[in-house]
Design a protein around this ligand. Sequence first.
Ligand SMILES: Cc1cc2nc3c(=O)[nH]c(=O)nc-3n(C[C@H](O)[C@H](O)[C@H](O)COP(=O)(O)OP(=O)(O)OC[C@H]3O[C@@H](n4cnc5c(N)ncnc54)[C@H](O)[C@@H]3O)c2cc1C
Length: 370
Amino acid sequence: MSQRSFIVIGAGVIGASVAFRLAQGGAKVTVIEAGEIGSGTSSTSFAWVNAHDKSPRAYHDLNVAGRAAHREIAKELKGDWYHETGCLEWRDAADRDAHVQNVERLQDWGYNACWITRDQAIDYEPVIDRVGIADAQVTFFPDEGWLDTASYVRGLLAAASALGTHVVTNTRVTGIEWDGQQVLGIETDDALSYRADVVVNCMGRWADDSVLPNELQVPMSPSYGLLVYVDAPGIDLNHVLFTPRCHIRPDRSGGLLICKNDAIHMLGPDTVVDTAMPEVISLIEEASRMFPKLASMRASEVKLGIRAIPADGLPAIGPLPSIAGYYVAIMHSGVTLAPAVGTMVAAELLDDTNLDALAPFRPSRLVSMS
Ligand SMILES: Cc1cc2nc3c(=O)[nH]c(=O)nc-3n(C[C@H](O)[C@H](O)[C@H](O)COP(=O)(O)OP(=O)(O)OC[C@H]3O[C@@H](n4cnc5c(N)ncnc54)[C@H](O)[C@@H]3O)c2cc1C
């Protein structure tokens, strides 16, 4: 059989994962990236690897598969990018019932979640001021962690390149070659064109970009998040903290990353963010209730993150109806999902199979929304 060929558009966590598994399966792979590798949403993510509060069940299961696959791929490629630190969560009294319900549901689903006392939480994380936890009930999620996304993307693309993958950076896809039913290839802003058996759209939040014909776009519903980096000398945090005030984890720089992971900031794609923004000051203030030393510290860096959310919130993974040679892999929670999705997508593309685990996430459900 002749070697199958693929163009992967986008070198974020999803594109890198898909490209690596396709290359490992013996395919000829070309990755085209508009910027530097990993420079899209994957570089502006809280990057917490979890299946903590994901429903429906099929979406939870996909996230569980992602979390497990992180362990495996880090071992397989001897990568040091996955930090399985565990996560501590507590909520305000007003949200206690919802917290209990979520933990009970996760335990029913076989997810590793256990209640611990405030003293145990302080034992795990002695840098937290106990006033910051108040009398909240705390849950410990031992199997969760965070990903150094830059190292992950670099590691997977290096492995893909060693298998012959061609990675083209700073080159934007500007058009698709197709005849209305069959995608044949792509055109780029350096006036080149590339052809392949299948074009895989891993464009993240740009999946509805007008460089794609309307019929090939994925309807998106992006939202905005702020990521606040603080050097924080003397605050030696080990776990991911999911608290009512903000969410915090250790960062690859050795400092802290603070955000409100589920908050939607009223910002726009062109908002210029800076360390003096009121939203940034307020996030540091919230975090300082747990770490009083933070009160006197400023952010070292702030990033605007734009979530790559398909229109109904769930991943869009698979071909589009009646269009050959084209496959999309677009999703929020992509950091958690990437290694499992990379393996599943490559299996579907190389073996011409349809995996049950991906059935609820087919992009055909979104077509009527476009
Ligand atoms: C604030 C925030 C917090 C988050 N927190 C978490 C979390 O805690 N846990 C979690 O699992 N997920 C989280 N996410 C989601 C996660 O970061 C994303 O789902 C994931 O990074 C998406 O990866 P991707 O590879 O699909 O997209 P990207 O990383 O954006 O990659 C897509 C790439 O496509 C390229 N591209 C686009 N258009 C073109 C073109 N025309 N030609 C060539 N290249 C092109 C872009 O340059 C980009 O590099 C968070 C996201 C945000 C914004």
